[in-house]
Design a protein around this ligand. Structure first.
Ligand code: ADP
Ligand code: MG
Length: 253
């Protein structure tokens, strides 16, 4: 039995008199990639930011690696990795300088080149953040979540707006991070991505979890209701054409 690393019990959050999160409960297992899916405004980011200790909740109980969020938020901060808003990247600094800056904030010693290597950005060490492509920016931003060697990282729509190759490259990176033992919580609007990447997903709608299981089980459940997809006549789709023609390798330079 896999160990539970996060528990969320009956979480509520309101902004004024608008209820954004209405009694959400779920567990995340150690070492899994857990997806939060749902339409815009469903309450995904709110839920993540509460677990990340960045936002207050109205009520509910949250534990992260055995730590109660109400009692030990600072201890929780030390064992999690959170992507910063990109506006937080000082425009005048290059990637190595930014890593030194963040490492200083965390009081951690890191080898910037080794960290950049791990996200395939060694060549960009002397570049500024704004000089990176969309995919490179996301990879750098994920690298910064790893500085404090966290047990859990939170990725809120890391692949939104990326081209198909950059998206696949990020999947490899996320799998790589997980294979080293880090638990990953991710939100995405791409269902193909959730299907190949996530061990389990929770589907949130209007502040409530309406389904939670493995992608495979959710699909089987739907099929068991008699659902049938309109027959696919073609053996490939336009994304297959795109990847076939342009290659799977990175094309960012
Ligand atoms: P998601 O990430 O699933 O798109 P959010 O958690 O960002 O959803 O938002 C959930 C709901 O809460 C939305 O209706 C949003 O407009 C509202 N909301 C989010 N942040 C705030 C805020 N700071 N003040 C008021 N309403 C907010
Ligand atoms: Mg969001």
């Amino acid at each position: 039995m896999q160990k539970t690393i996060i528990t969320v019990q009956d979480l509520y959050k309101n902004y004024g008199n608008f209820e954004a999160v209405k009694g959400i409960s779920f567990d995340v297992k150690e070492g899994e990639i857990f997806g939060l899916l749902g339409p815009n405004g469903a309450g995904k980011s709110t839920t993540l930011e509460i677990i990340e200790t960045l936002r207050d909740k109205a009520s509910g109980k949250i534990t992260v690696d055995g730590l109660d969020l109400d009692i030990s938020p600072n201890e929780i901060k030390k064992i999690i990795g959170v992507q910063l808003q990109t506006s937080g990247y000082y425009p005048g600094l290059n990637l190595v300088e930014l890593i030194h800056l963040f490492a200083g904030l965390y009081n951690e010693h890191v080898d910037p080149m080794q960290l950049l290597d791990s996200v395939n950005l060694r060549d960009k060490a002397k570049n500024k953040f704004k000089e990176l492509s969309g995919g490179q920016k996301q990879r750098f931003s994920i690298a910064t979540t790893l500085i404090n060697k966290p047990k859990i990282i939170f990725l809120d729509e890391p692949t939104t707006g990326l081209d198909p190759q950059a998206r696949r490259n990020l999947w490899d990176l996320i799998r790589d991070i997980r294979s080293k033992g880090t638990t990953v919580i991710i939100t995405t609007h791409y269902m193909d991505e959730a299907e190949v990447l996530c061990d389990r997903v929770a589907i949130i709608d209007s502040g409530k979890i309406i389904a939670l299981s493995t992608p495979d089980q959710l699909i089987d459940d739907l099929v068991a209701t008699g659902f049938e997809r309109p027959k696919e006549v073609k053996q490939a789709n336009l994304e297959d054409v795109f990847i076939h023609l342009t290659g799977k390798h990175l094309r960012e330079e």
